[in-house]
Ligand binder design. Structure first.
Ligand code: SF4
Length: 348
């Protein structure tokens, strides 16, 4: 699919709301180009009475670039807690007094049972996530064995992994073992990252994302909305993600965890969450935009609207340290919306 680079801003700051959206529509759907950062900021400032129009445009862009189907996936923790890093939203860091008890590495039989259960729901993506700064030799052996086992025994799911910061050799080894995709979130806008974490830098995260691409794996990178960033910084963030041309972008909304520095942080409002989803879709029209953690507490009854505002993938079931809604509730919601799933699936 040819992609035109974003040309200079065509929208006048004083343009009417309907005109701003019409120009974005023409740019994305007729010219198959991209909107500029300035245009995204103008769209973000549209009044609330334009939200449904914005959502509608984002949905049409999603269908046009990605199709009607929704991709389902699940995640499993390969190792929980005990992480030496200090990302201040994270209950798995040892820095904060949270209730998350560290575990050892997941036994292979448990991993395979989870992969098979994932396949039975019709989901096609299975991601194994470790709470670590990055893998040492012993952990690399475990990760590579997990990837091989799932590929050999559950061929209907694609295996992804998330093991923190990598070296190029480690990225290459995961690709060679058959990892289809690697998740490494930028987490937050570059201009906000030093307020989120002091033990590594935003640039470290970006470098790992580049290594993933160099190794030939699909790149999954996104972050968490609601870490105290401004709405303008959310636009900055979406463009920083877009620069990496990710295949997939997980959209988490902060679900504050007791004991972390962001434990009392206010939730993003449901309408602000919808606005952000729609803008991410307009900024990254061809990416798989995946509902991830926090959607239940942030969006509540508007979760279905998010699927009509640019989302085209979902993590179903539980998250790493928080419960999600039941898989069947998600399948019923997709059924009600008459949205097809990208593999055989059924409401059980
Ligand atoms: S590196 Fe990952 S697991 Fe560790 S504290 Fe940061 S977000 Fe949590």
């Amino acid at each position: 699919m040819s992609q035109q680079p974003a040309s200079s801003t065509l929208v006048e700051p004083a343009a009417e709301p309907a005109e701003i959206l019409r120009i974005a529509e023409r740019r994305l759907l007729e010219e198959r180009g991209r909107i500029t950062q300035e245009e995204a900021l103008l769209i973000q400032q549209l009044p609330d009475d334009q939200l449904t129009h914005l959502a509608d445009l984002a949905h049409r862009v999603r269908v046009d670039y990605c199709g009607e189907e929704i991709s389902l996936g699940s995640i499993i923790s390969g190792k929980t807690g005990g992480c030496p890093e200090d990302c201040n939203f994270c209950s798995q860091s040892t820095t904060f007094g949270t209730e998350v008890a560290p575990t050892g590495l997941i036994p292979y039989d448990q991993l395979l049972a989870a992969a098979k259960a994932t396949a039975e729901t019709g989901a096609t993506e299975f991601c194994i996530i470790y709470a670590v700064r990055g893998p040492d030799e012993r952990l690399m052996e475990h990760v590579l064995e997990c990837v091989r086992l799932v590929r050999e025994n559950v061929p209907t799911v694609e295996v992804a992994c998330s093991v923190g910061l990598l070296t190029q050799d480690q990225a290459d080894a995961m690709a060679a073992a058959g990892a289809h995709r690697y998740n490494h979130n930028l987490e937050a806008p570059r201009s906000h990252f030093d307020k989120i974490c002091s033990t590594h830098k935003w640039e470290d995260r970006r470098r790992t994302c580049e290594m993933v691409k160099a190794a030939g794996m699909e790149l999954c990178t996104g972050g968490i909305i609601g870490l105290g960033e401004t709405s303008e910084q959310r636009i900055e963030f979406a463009f920083q993600l877009a620069e990496l041309e990710p295949d997939e972008v997980p959209m988490n909304f902060l679900n504050p965890r007791a004991g972390t520095p962001l434990g009392e942080q206010e939730l993003v409002s449901p309408t602000e969450a919808i606005r952000t989803i729609a803008l991410f879709r307009l900024i990254m029209p061809a990416a798989k935009l995946r509902y991830a953690g926090g959607r239940e507490v942030t969006l509540g009854d508007l979760q279905a609207m998010g699927l009509k505002s640019g989302i085209n993938a979902m993590i179903t079931g539980n998250y790493l340290t928080t419960l999600g809604r039941g898989v069947n509730d998600d399948l019923l919601m997709l059924d009600d919306l008459q949205m097809p799933i990208n593999a055989i699936s059924k409401v059980m």
